[in-house]
Each structure stands twice: as structure tokens, then as C-alpha cells.
Ligand binder design. Sequence first.
Ligand SMILES: [Zn+2]
Length: 243
Amino acid sequence: MIRRSARLLLSLVMTMAFALGGAVVTAGTAHADGCYTWTRTLKSGATGDDVKQLQIRVAGYPGYNSVLAVDGSYGPATTAAVKRFQAAYGLAADGVAGPATQAKLYALQDNDCTPAHFTYAEMNRCNSTWSGGAVSAATAKANALSTMWKLEALRHALGDRPITINSGFRSTSCNSAVGGASNSRHLYGDAADLGGIAFCTLAKEARNHGFNGILGPGYPDHNDHVHVNQGPSHYWSAPNCGI
Ligand SMILES: [Zn+2]
């Protein structure tokens, strides 16, 4: 597409300028279209894959103890999530995903569609293929991606402080090697073991960002990290944090 080409060219020019001059500020240069480009404003009533792409990226804003359905249908829950995303980034919170909201999402995503502060490598220290888990490699990787967008929302809510991922996707053998439960969500790619910020701070805030599973201090074997997941069953337990 012309627009994509123009952006890539701009990015290239900026990169060259930086390489040559060293003084050009390139931080924040839009390289996002290496991932995905929306071609219309999205709002209530819209349906399609472009809505689904939006939902993946705002699913970390479902409200307390909620999970946003990534179903390609822009209903009230998506409108509310977009409003929370907009408010979190100082945009006009109208619940309509127009150019300003899309631009913020472009700025937040890398060329491989991961959010700015998390990587596939962090979410998979087990293998490079995403295979050997409880779901197909493609599903595991997609689950990891949606988990990272929720982590990006969590990170932003906690003041943009770095969160570390100690363990993400695990094949059956990787899971066995670390003594993971046989039905662990790590086998699905949608679980992450977190650190880097006080555990109870992480566990409490995670309740606002679309995680059906939260395990933390006071739950057996979870005093040294907080586990979050996107499994289908709701289970939160971090007794030492009042959860
Ligand atoms: Zn875990």
C-alpha cells in the first residue's frame, strides 16, 4: 500500500539520518505499520478482523474482574475498553477508535505486533518453535501475544515501570522440567510468571487487566512471583495480598 510504503520510506530515511548525523531524534518514529494498519475508524456496531485486531490491543482494559471478548464485534464492552485505553493515554475518551487512538496503538507496537515493552523471546524461554504444548504452535504464540498486550496495560497502569517475565510458554517437557502442574496454562502460552515490581502490587493491579487467573503470595509455590493467565476458568488466589 502507498501509505505503508511512505511510512517505511520515512522510517528508512530517519534511520539513515540517524546513522549519518546521529542527532536526529528517532524515538517514537512510526514503524508500527510493519505490523498492522487500520483503514477505517472503528466504532460501536463495526464488525470484522480489524475490530478483532483492535480488541487484542485493548483487551487489557476490560475493567475490574472482566475479560474482553476478542470476537470481532464492536459492542458496549469494546467501547468501554477503548474509553479506558484512551483515558490511560490522555486521549479524548469517546470510545471510538479513530486516527488518534490508532496512532497511539501504532506507537505502542513493534513490527512483530508485540507491544513496545514485551517480546516473544521473553514469553518463550523454552523453545523457538512454540510447539510441544497443549495447543498448536500458532495458537500458543497468538495466546502469548494477547497476554503481552494485557501486560502492557498492567505495566502502564503501574507507572510504566519494567515488569519481568520469568516464564511464559512451556512445552510439556519444559513444564515437567520446572515441576509445573500437568494442566498448567503455561502449556497454552497464555500464562506469565511476573516479577520486577512488588508482588502484591502486581497481583492486585492485574485484577483490572483481563486475567482470569492470578496466583501470588500465600498461594503454594507463588511467594517468589505472580502468575497470571488467560485460562477459561476464573481463579484468583494471593492470600497474603488479600486476594
Ligand atoms: Zn506460572
